[in-house]
Design a binder for this molecule. Structure first.
Ligand code: PLP
Length: 415
């Protein structure tokens, strides 16, 4: 259990050093240098309580969920369902049966594309996405397009790389059936005003899916306040384990949708003549779920709640503002979009992003380079890729200073 008092309630201090102690990997060195981990948009590091939750679950309560009358199975089931309740509370869903456990954002979007697609879409129907989507919010819709002949409409970007709201409103027509857009860009760290985009769609009776993979670790996400019809995220980007994620869907929508996969747990009765399906959320959780992953994800959410998502957001915004200030002093620095607290994508002069990334790595700085699984956005900028530094609750101003010093050093080498 987490016993750490991370926030001093009297002084309201963000106790960064105490937080860092919870992440064992942050103590390690790479190439003889202290690790500076700035690849958090790809995956976050795991606090001890999450690592321990996995060990605890396998040590003390491991048994397949939902199917056993015996003690261990009931304990595992209890913890699995408590985990669902933790997630429900965290995103403020109305009912826990609106929380489906999946493998992650990618599987959640594939689930909606397949199931919403099979239930509601036919040839020539249209789905609106945007230029700044991750491939996992593009390709599932393209596969559906190949399968049943739907069409994709793409929201363009404004000159400062924001979603173009005016153009968005012109994309709707009598064929529009769904809008599927990202909350925060994984490349630019720009958060979109998705509530406005949802309202515009709802005014036309069109449901909206929000890809919250990059927003959920950095800000309060409230599905009822947003009025999102679907919202998806991955556990590993919010300090939880890999292989577990969430699909939130409004109950009335999920109830109408066909199952995604067939197998155990998602059925009520199976006869060779006809099978009937289980109620929500189990209808969408075929087979043995990753109950240990779900339990450990709930522990990660408890950890985030202990610190406070608003406190984390404030800290990360401060880091981002400071990093931007420092970066803008470096000649020929080009920053993409208007980052607001999670990630910064940049290029310096004509230094190739892979060269910059490799040299920074030698200084112990883990950043990501390339297209970040968002090739259409990279093409939009007409560049080979970017260098991306992305922040988490445990990063420090000193780490940003080391990053800036590292970039400056590489720039000098190329001068
Ligand atoms: N959507 C966004 C915005 C992402 O940043 C990512 C991962 O980087 C994904 C979707 C895919 O997430 P996962 O690989 O965890 O399924």
């Amino acid at each position: 259990m987490l016993t750490l008092q991370i926030n001093d309630t009297e002084t309201k201090m963000y106790n960064l050093q105490e937080i860092r102690k919870e992440f064992p990997i942050l103590q390690r060195e790479v190439y003889g240098k202290p690790l500076i981990y700035l690849d958090n948009a790809a995956t976050t590091q795991k606090p001890l309580c999450v690592i321990e939750a996995i060990t605890e679950a396998y040590t003390n309560v491991n048994a397949n969920v939902h199917r056993g009358v015996h003690f261990l199975s009931q304990k595992a089931t209890e913890q699995y369902e408590e985990a669902r309740e933790t997630i429900r509370h965290f995103i403020n869903a109305r009912h826990s049966n609106e929380v489906i456990f999946t493998r992650g954002t990618t599987e959640s979007i594939n689930l909606v594309a397949a199931s919403f697609g099979d239930t509601f879409l036919q040839k020539n129907d249209e789905v609106i996405i945007s230029t700044m989507e991750h491939h996992s919010n593009i390709v599932p819709w393209q596969l559906l397009a190949e399968r049943i002949g739907i069409k994709l409409r793409v929201i363009p970007l404004t000159a400062d790389a924001a979603l173009d709201k005016e153009s968005y409103t012109t994309l709707f027509n009598e064929h529009t059936r769904l809008v599927s857009i990202t909350h925060t860009s994984n490349v630019m760290g720009v958060t979109n005003p998705v509530k406005e985009f949802i309202d515009i769609a709802h005014a036309r009776n069109i449901p909206v899916l929000i890809d919250a993979a990059q927003s959920i670790p950095h800000k309060k996400v409230d599905v009822q306040q947003l009025d999102a019809d679907f919202l998806v995220f991955s556990g590993h980007k919010i300090y939880g384990p890999t292989g577990i994620g969430v699909l939130y869907g409004k109950q009335q929508m999920l109830e109408k949708m066909k199952p995604y996969q067939g197998g155990g747990e998602m059925i009520q009765t199976v006869r060779f003549e006809k099978t009937t399906f289980n109620e929500l959320p189990y209808k969408f959780e075929a087979g043995t779920p990753d109950y240990v992953g779900a339990i450990a994800l709930a522990r990660a959410i408890d950890f985030v709640n202990t610190i406070g998502i608003e406190e984390i957001a404030k800290h990360e915004q401060q880091l981002t503002r400071y990093a931007l200030e420092q970066m803008n002093r470096i000649p020929n620095m080009r920053i993409f979009g208007k980052p607001d607290g999670s990630a910064i994508s940049f290029l310096v002069g004509d230094i190739h992003p892979a060269d910059l990334g490799t040299l920074l790595d030698r200084l112990g700085i883990a950043i990501r380079t390339g297209h970040h699984c968002a090739q259409p956005l990279i093409d939009h900028f007409g560049i080979p890729g970017t260098v991306r530094a992305s922040f988490a609750m445990y990063n420090t101003i000193e780490e940003v200073d080391t990053l800036i010093a590292g970039i400056t050093r590489v720039v000098k080498m190329f001068a």
